[in-house]
Design a protein around this ligand. Structure first.
Ligand code: SAM
Ligand code: SF4
Length: 335
């Protein structure tokens, strides 16, 4: 175990330069893999971080080495004070990006640009309007699709996140890849992950291997180019020769990328999660509100980070429903 002075280095020597901040627990969609059917117990408003608190906590992380902040949720853009939050965070010396379902993102183009946001990840799991309505429980496909085109036209770097599920959208993998022929977009296929209330089971998940088998069956070997992954990238990136865009697979279940993990997560109610799969949290917001320094709490939380998937280091453990329910639903973590 390494001893270090940096509060953002864990006991395995991993430095954490990337903070994902969830701004809100609510969403204007209801994706079944993310939000339990019965809804979730929302935190009282007074328990959520205010704009100033988000800034203060984010600044502490930046002062200690964070260089990238991604805003997420729930749906971050439905938070009323999102313009102020963007403006305040833009004053920090970080790369600021956002993950959104893009339903209302057309109203925010200028604000995003003015605050230096260049990279936007958008969720879209199907190219079929009826299936979109089925998975998100809302009829917003056309809006989202048109907004993806708008973001590209406006010059943003757009990644599209598609959570793959057997008997739902595994038959659209090639259609998604074909989209990259003319669109300069990266389609990221995400292995369906278990969280509280999302009725996960291994048979619903489409694996990295399954995706690549399909790709190999549909394209010639010499057309499939393996791209160089960025450092700390969670995805394995590919491109079809001559296509404008690319595609990638995020294999958190079958092939976790924990060795190079540099991420920490802050929930909308101010809890620090040292891993997406971790069932333990550290209460930064209460510490801040009590007037105490948050650095020691951050240091302890980072030091306690498990080597692999919040301690679920085997596929057997990952499949234990008891362990999923100790974690939050994804909508209250922020993916
Ligand atoms: N509302 C925004 C959106 O949908 O992009 C941001 C929040 S959402 C929780 C962030 C990401 O988490 C989305 O790309 C979504 O697809 C992903 N996600 C949610 N539940 C998931 C699950 N069970 N397995 C894999 N990815 C999931
Ligand atoms: Fe909302 Fe995003 Fe979760 Fe879908 S994945 S319910 S859009 S937070």
């Amino acid at each position: 175990m390494t001893k270090t002075n940096s509060i953002l280095q864990d006991s395995f020597g991993r430095d954490h330069a990337y903070l994902r901040i969830s701004l809100i627990e609510k969403c204007n969609l209801r994706c079944s893999y993310c939000m339990p059917e019965e809804g979730i117990q929302l935190s009282p408003k007074s328990h959520l971080m205010t704009c100033n608190e988000i800034y203060t906590i984010a600044k502490t992380f930046v002062d200690n080495g964070v260089t990238k902040i991604r805003l997420t949720g729930g749906e971050p853009l439905i938070r009323k004070d999102i313009p102020e939050i963007l403006q305040k965070l833009a004053t920090l010396n970080v790369e600021l990006s956002i993950t959104s379902n893009a339903v209302i993102i057309d109203r925010f183009i200028d604000i995003l640009k003015a605050n230096g946001v260049k990279k936007i990840n958008v969720s879209l799991d199907t190219l079929d309007r009826d299936k979109f309505k089925q998975i998100t429980r809302r009829d917003q496909f056309t809006k989202v699709y048109n907004n993806i085109l708008l973001l590209i036209k406006e010059g943003f770097i757009v990644k599209v996140n598609a959570v793959l599920m057997n008997d739902f959208n595994e038959n659209e993998i090639i259609d998604f890849i074909n989209l990259t022929k003319d669109l300069p977009v990266s389609i990221r296929f995400i292995e369906f992950m278990p969280f509280d209330g999302n009725k996960w089971n291994m048979s619903k998940m489409v694996s990295y291997k399954q995706v690549m088998n399909l790709v190999n069956a549909n394209f010639n070997k010499n057309e499939i180019l393996r791209l160089q992954d960025a450092p700390n990238d969670t995805s394995k990136n590919y491109k079809i020769k001559g296509y404008k865009g690319s595609f990638a697979i995020i294999s958190s279940v079958t092939n976790p990328f924990c060795d190079s993990c540099n991420r920490l997560r802050l929930t909308a109610n101010g809890q620090l999660k040292n891993c997406l799969f971790s069932s333990t949290e550290s209460d930064l917001l209460t510490t801040l509100r009590e007037g105490n320094p948050i650095e020691p709490v951050i240091k302890k939380a980072v030091e306690a980070k498990f080597k692999i998937r919040g301690g679920m280091n085997t596929l057997k453990k990952l499949q234990e429903p008891k362990l999923h329910s100790q974690n939050r639903s994804m909508i209250t973590i922020g993916g």
